[in-house]
Design a protein around this ligand. Structure first.
Ligand SMILES: C[S@@+](CC[C@H](N)C(=O)[O-])C[C@H]1O[C@@H](n2cnc3c(N)ncnc32)[C@H](O)[C@@H]1O
Ligand SMILES: Nc1nc2[nH]cc(C(=O)O)c2c(=O)[nH]1
Ligand code: SF4
Ligand SMILES: [Mg+2]
Length: 215
């Protein structure tokens, strides 16, 4: 069994509720969306097939408890759930960063799904599978990447729908599109509306040059 892999690297987790922790990233090749702001276009079609065994071996060599499966879109490859389950069985905390267009229930309940609901300025908001709101577990996270005031209002509605769901404990994270919306503007909107959301800034773009690959 093999997956098409764009890169495997060790860095500081820059996004989500796990921001700041050392993390190994497995970036899979291929994406079904084309977000206007995408900072990872090189993953659309660059990558080689690597066996599941080899991927696990490369991850293990970093000796790091936290692993994120990202892309591209990680749920496009039918072998991804097996990779996730094997890493969980080895004792890793596994994050799966997904674009929200596909059914998230295909992956093991023990992993943490970070589900990006695409806002209008991405050009891909019609792709959101809103049923994913019903599929979230309490450790999973909702994420909205915001480039405009219209995006913010859209994201606020997603947050409202999530909060309405009985039993939801999901963290909701709002992040500005890097270089497009000033973090301060988004911070002020969140505070003015008294929202219970987490402001996320991409830490790796502060630590390293913003377009560095493999960090
Ligand atoms: C490259 S995507 C890979 C995972 C999946 N395709 C997705 O979109 O969630 C990882 C995360 O980076 C975010 N992202 C991509 N480009 C960005 C940018 N220019 N500014 C802020 N976040 C960005 C995406 O919205 C997504 O949450
Ligand atoms: N450091 C770092 N943290 C990240 N968190 C999510 C990322 C992604 O591209 O999915 C990412 C990334 O590319 N780098
Ligand atoms: S879904 Fe993710 S990888 Fe695909 S285009 Fe959008 S941001 Fe890029
Ligand atoms: Mg990234």
């Amino acid at each position: 069994m093999a997956l098409r892999v764009n890169e495997i690297f060790h860095s500081i987790q820059g996004e989500s509720g796990y921001a700041g922790w050392p993390c190994v990233f497995v970036r899979l090749t291929g994406c079904n969306l084309r977000c206007s702001y995408c900072d990872t276009r090189y993953a659309y079609d660059e990558g080689d097939f690597v066996t599941l065994r080899e991927i696990i071996g490369r991850v293990r060599r970093f000796d790091c408890p936290l692993v994120e499966i990202t892309g591209g879109e990680p749920l496009l490859q039918p072998e991804t759930p097996e990779l996730v389950a094997e890493l969980l069985d080895l004792g890793h905390t596994v994050l799966v960063e997904t674009n929200g267009s596909m059914d998230i229930s295909v992956v093991d309940r023990r992993c943490v799904k970070i589900v990006d609901f695409k806002c209008p300025s991405s050009g891909e908001s019609d792709a959101n599978d809103m049923e994913n709101l019903e599929r979230l577990g309490s450790r999973d996270e909702i994420k909205c990447v915001i480039g405009t005031r219209e995006d913010y209002e859209f994201a606020r509605e997603i947050e409202r729908l999530a909060a309405e769901r009985a039993g939801t404990g999901s963290t909701v994270c709002f992040s500005p599109v890097f270089g497009k919306l000033e973090p301060r503007e988004l911070a002020e909107w969140i505070l003015a509306d008294r929202l219970r959301v987490r402001l996320g800034l991409q830490l790796h773009k502060i630590i390293w040059e913003p377009d560095t690959r493999g960090v």
